[in-house]
Design a protein around this ligand. Structure first.
Ligand code: IPD
Ligand code: CA
Ligand code: CA
Length: 270
């Protein structure tokens, strides 16, 4: 049975959780951290810190208290599925490598899905005091201001974000080919280090587009809805519909989407 949830109430709850997590992150930022490698197969570069864990604990326990029947998928916690129609998708710290280097660009990302559809999303940058949110059908916002995607119509007037997977040293499927196709065509490229904020930046027009390979559901769930609600376009790199398990994502203002698909998939010169 699907239980109706009041949208304003749920959004306030999500904004509150992201604010709590943001305060926890800020209390650790630029201080000494405990850093562990999560996956030794990628040379130990995929890390988790005590800040990731503390922020995630606060978010997950807030959800468990308020919605004990809901399912939760959070990056640092083993997933337990009960078959609820509600699923929370959480990245407590997107941009951990930035954070561990005191590089000031990272976010908390929280999304809520109902029956497999993303219905609400919050991406917050506690350092810049910028919180992006969207509820399906109600538009996208940066703090209290409604946002929309940029109006760039050509790649040579576009600034494009991307990122590289943690296994980049061990596979040729590491985005270098795609990067080398796009770089010559665009006004500028950025590798900012937080996919959740990259999507939020597409939504607010700071970036005209963003693509990446091999992202995880928690990196993109909230950001996808925010781009959608800001009038942007989100597909996989081939222009096909995507879900949270897709091996690639392409998000743009819509106007440069076809050119981005063509460029990303350009045949190699003979
Ligand atoms: C990472 C960031 C980064 C992206 C990586 C992600 P994490 O998330 O979003 O921008 O390039 O692929 O894994 O590990 O900092 O939560
Ligand atoms: Ca992430
Ligand atoms: Ca993370």
């Amino acid at each position: 049975m699907t239980v109706k949830i009041d949208t304003r109430e749920i959004l306030d709850f999500m904004l509150n959780l992201s604010a709590i997590a943001g305060e926890i992150l800020m209390s650790h930022f630029a201080h000494e951290l405990t850093v562990e490698s999560k996956d030794h197969r990628v040379g130990g570069i995929d890390i988790v810190t005590n800040a990731d864990k503390a922020a995630e604990d606060a978010i997950v326990s807030g959800i468990r208290d308020r919605f004990p029947d809901h399912d939760v998928m959070a990056e640092e916690t083993e997933r337990q599925v009960s078959g609820s129609s509600w699923l929370w998708v959480i990245d407590p710290l997107d941009g951990t490598v930035n954070f561990a280097h005191s590089y000031p660009h990272f976010a908390v990302s929280i999304a809520l899905m109902e029956e497999g559809e993303i219905v609400a999303g919050v991406v917050s940058d506690p350092l810049k005091k910028e919180t992006y949110h969207a509820v399906r059908g109600l538009g996208a916002f940066l703090n209290d201001r409604r946002i929309s995607v940029s109006k760039a119509t050509t790649l040579n007037r576009s600034i494009i974000g991307t990122g590289f997977p943690y296994d980049k040293a061990f596979t040729s499927d590491n985005n270098l080919t795609e990067f080398s196709r796009v770089l010559p065509k665009v006004q500028g490229m950025r590798r900012l280090g937080s996919a959740a904020l990259d999507l939020a930046y597409v939504a607010s027009g700071r970036l005209d587009g963003f693509w990446e390979l091999k992202l995880k559901p928690w990196d993109i769930a909230a950001g996808i809805l925010i781009v959608d609600e800001a009038g942007g376009c989100v597909t996989d790199r081939f222009g096909d519909g995507m879900d949270l398990g897709s091996p690639s994502i392409l998000a743009t203002n819509g106007l440069i989407h076809t050119d981005m698909i063509r460029t990303l998939n350009m045949p190699e010169p003979l």
